[in-house]
Design a protein around this ligand. Structure first.
Ligand SMILES: C[S@@+](CC[C@H](N)C(=O)[O-])C[C@H]1O[C@@H](n2cnc3c(N)ncnc32)[C@H](O)[C@@H]1O
Ligand code: SF4
Ligand code: SF4
Length: 327
């Protein structure tokens, strides 16, 4: 997940979140959440939202949370543009949403719908697999291109030939293209050792910066993408920290967000997930939008969550983790 409140390291301050700063974050819990959020009074405030504008995708990535069982992800469920945008406008006004993250499935399969909806929000982020041509939507829009390693590594997750397809697409972006283009790499136990090759490959392209997000497993998952535990994940954190030291302008994870990912402080962050309190996830059902447990769907293991959005938000907004981190 990409948190739109943090597009660059020098992004807006924590107060931008519009939420209580300090030890006031409630515990992560289904009780605070679920579909009730869309009807409860008074309506909870969310500074940002994400919406799956389609459940269709032209890839089938091995790690993808969207297409896990138990999430609303039926490709046949496609709301038409007009009712979808009307609903987004209504939810914006109800919940005070200022930023939208357009996702899917593959959101650029419906780029015309996105184009029509951009004006509804102050800031827009489009997270895309990068295989479909990008459109210049102006300087207030950020594209996040998902790549999960250098060619062979990326393609083992995202499919054969995908890396080259994305590179070709990036090479076609015109010089005067105004939207920000950045990349996100989801790190897991299988791809953590070959990241510098990705950084080197992206540097000559139109990509301005790269964030690493850490794999979010489903509850009880024991696949080869998962680290043994959060302590074992620290090797990957060290790799990102050393890449950040070597490519400081290009790696956009803040040092603080990476430090918060360490064990055991990460438990304190995910126990009071700040993303769950600030971001309204909207998944597409048959003719309406629903909201799952969190942006990663319904069946997630919060304790092992390494979402960039969670830790970047925690790094900017004070919370119960501050005391434990000794700040
Ligand atoms: C679900 S995709 C949807 C948008 C678009 N199709 C794409 O691939 O960017 C959004 C982001 O979530 C990431 N993602 C998918 N499964 C994940 C998981 N289990 N843990 C963490 N991030 C994941 C993807 O790599 C991608 O960067
Ligand atoms: S391209 Fe995006 S939505 Fe499609 S399968 Fe891959 S991660 Fe999931
Ligand atoms: S899985 Fe991650 S983003 Fe979702 S509620 Fe848990 S900690 Fe937050």
């Amino acid at each position: 997940m990409y948190s739109s409140s943090n597009s660059k390291p020098e992004g807006p301050a924590a107060t931008h979140l519009g939420h209580k700063i300090g030890p006031g974050w409630p515990e992560t819990s289904a009780q605070n959440l679920g579909s009730r959020r869309l009807t409860m009074e008074p309506p909870p405030r969310y500074v940002q939202a994400m919406v799956n504008v389609t459940n269709h995708c032209n890839l089938s990535c091995a790690h993808c949370f969207v297409f896990r069982d138990g999430n609303p992800n039926n490709p046949a469920n496609e709301m038409k543009a007009a009712p979808l945008l009307e609903e987004l406008e209504r939810l914006r006004d109800r919940h005070g949403i200022r930023s939208m993250i357009w996702m899917g499935g593959e959101p650029m399969l419906r780029w015309r719908v996105i184009k029509e909806g951009l004006h509804l929000f102050q800031r827009n982020t489009i997270t895309t697999n990068g295989t479909i041509p990008l459109h210049d939507f102006g300087p207030d829009v950020t594209y996040v291109i998902s790549l999960d390693g250098p060619p062979q590594v990326n393609d083992s997750v995202r499919g054969q030939g995908v890396f080259d397809k994305v590179m070709l697409n990036l090479s076609k972006i015109s010089e005067d293209f105004q939207s920000t283009v950045m990349s996100q790499c989801v790190l897991h136990r299988q791809n953590q050792h070959e990241l510098e090759e990705l950084v080197i490959a992206l540097q000559p392209t139109r990509i301005e910066g790269l964030t690493f997000s850490f794999y979010v497993p489903r509850a009880g998952e024991n696949s080869n993408r998962c680290w043994e535990d959060n302590r074992a994940r620290e090797e990957a954190i060290e790799i990102v920290l050393s890449l950040k030291a070597k490519y400081p302008g290009f790696i956009w994870n803040s040092t603080r967000s990476l430090e918060l990912l360490r064990s055991p402080i990460c438990d304190e962050v995910t126990r009071h997930c700040p993303l769950q309190q600030t971001l309204l996830p909207l998944y597409m059902e048959a003719g309406y939008l629903s909201t799952p447990f969190c942006c990663y769907g319904n069946d997630v293991d919060c304790q092992r969550c390494g979402s960039w959005g969670v830790f970047a938000t925690a790094a900017k907004a004070g919370g119960p983790w501050e005391e434990k981190a000794g700040h």
